[in-house]
Design a protein around this ligand. Structure first.
Ligand code: KG4
Ligand code: ZN
Length: 338
């Protein structure tokens, strides 16, 4: 079965062709992030305009790289939300038009569910992963920070989420404060390479609180306090310490969830922040003997359509094609299905 996926929730325009839910034939990604480098974040109106410019060429390229034509496609999977309204509408409207033109079934996929399936997909040269459940998933991006426990691909519960900023947002806002370009994650992590992570001691958020929620807004304030009026401290030391503080909080909550669920077989880290090597090293060191996965390539960590194909395929196998709304505030707290 060939699935054409479309993802346009924010500033990436992506189209992919995936076979049978996990074999990537193409995964084309165009991003308008560069145009927001000096703005500190995405401007929704501009992102939607860029989506409109990119969507046609990106889909064409994805089909041609996969060797398939539109008429070979058995299913169209598209991100229905959450995300930016204008950006989402470009993807869902295009997907609906293609589906009706070619009489192809269509499924709307929740963006976060898509990220959870980003560890399930692989290119043609590699064996698809065999995942051992239950899986604890730390999903960390610019829009959300969540801990999930899944007992099967489509059965799971949200354990906790952020009360304020997302982890990626903490990187983005921190970079803006330090005058580094958007997106902040890659800027901070590359600047941190030559820095000392112990140079500044940041507080560990929610240190004494039960549950699995996250909070990043306090770290942002601590960063401001640490750099204001301090001309002697090096930016690389600030970046290394701030990165370590964000990652220490992510690890602390993940460890808590792991300890409360004795039967966890694998830990997956997904979403844009899973591209952070310091975070992955900390998680690998903290859970020896447990299989740790992040998406197979960096382009699968950040927003991409291959993950949407994979989640869409699983949902289609379970429920077939069902009507859906484009919903910028789509919520997901439970996946029920098996
Ligand atoms: O998953 P994603 O592409 O989009 C959303 O769904 O939000 O994640 C983007 C986020 C941005 O906040 C970006 O700063 C962060 O992922 N990010 C990183 C790294 N690469 C991207 N954060 C930390 N380290 C990185 N290497
Ligand atoms: Zn995302």
């Amino acid at each position: 079965m060939l699935i054409l996926g479309i993802e346009t929730s924010c500033d990436e325009t992506s189209a992919a062709v995936v076979r049978d839910g996990n074999v990537i034939l193409s995964n084309v990604i165009a991003t308008s992030a560069k145009s927001f480098e000096g703005t500190g974040g995405v401007i929704p109106e501009n992102a939607a305009r860029k989506q409109l410019e990119s969507i046609g060429p990106v889909i064409e390229k994805s089909l041609s790289e996969s060797g398939a034509s539109l008429h070979d496609i058995d299913l169209i999977a598209v991100t229905k939300g959450p995300g930016l309204t204008g950006s989402l509408l470009v993807g869902t409207t295009t997907a609906r038009a293609l589906a009706s033109m070619t009489d192809t079934d269509i499924v709307g996929v929740h963006h976060t569910l898509g990220h959870m399936f980003s560890t399930h997909v692989i290119d043609e040269c590699n064996e698809p992963p065999v995942i051992d459940y239950p899986v604890l998933t730390l999903s960390v991006s610019g829009g959300h920070t969540e801990l999930w426990i899944r007992t099967a691909p489509l059965t799971g519960t949200l354990l906790g989420s952020t009360r304020d900023d997302a982890a990626g947002e903490a990187y983005d806002k921190g970079a803006a404060l330090l005058g580094l370009p958007y997106p902040g994650g890659p800027s901070i992590s590359s600047c941190a390479q030559s820095g000392n992570p112990d140079a500044i001691s940041f507080p560990l958020p929610l240190r004494n609180e039960d549950g699995f929620d996250f909070s990043f807004s306090g770290l942002k304030t601590s960063l401001r306090t640490a750099v204001q009026g301090n001309d002697t401290i090096s930016t690389s030391d600030v970046c290394a310490s701030y990165q370590r503080a964000i990652n220490a909080h992510l690890l602390h909550r993940t460890r808590k969830a792991f300890e409360c669920h004795e039967d966890i077989r694998e830990i997956h880290v997904v979403g844009g922040v899973s591209a952070n090597d310091d975070l992955m090293n900390m998680i690998r060191d903290a859970f020896p003997g447990t299989t740790i996965r992040r998406p197979h390539t960096l382009s699968l960590c950040t927003d991409n359509a291959a993950m949407i194909c994979s989640a869409g395929y699983a949902e289609y196998e379970r429920n077939g094609s069902r009507p859906f709304f484009t919903n910028p505030r789509a919520k997901l707290t439970e996946i029920v299905g098996g």
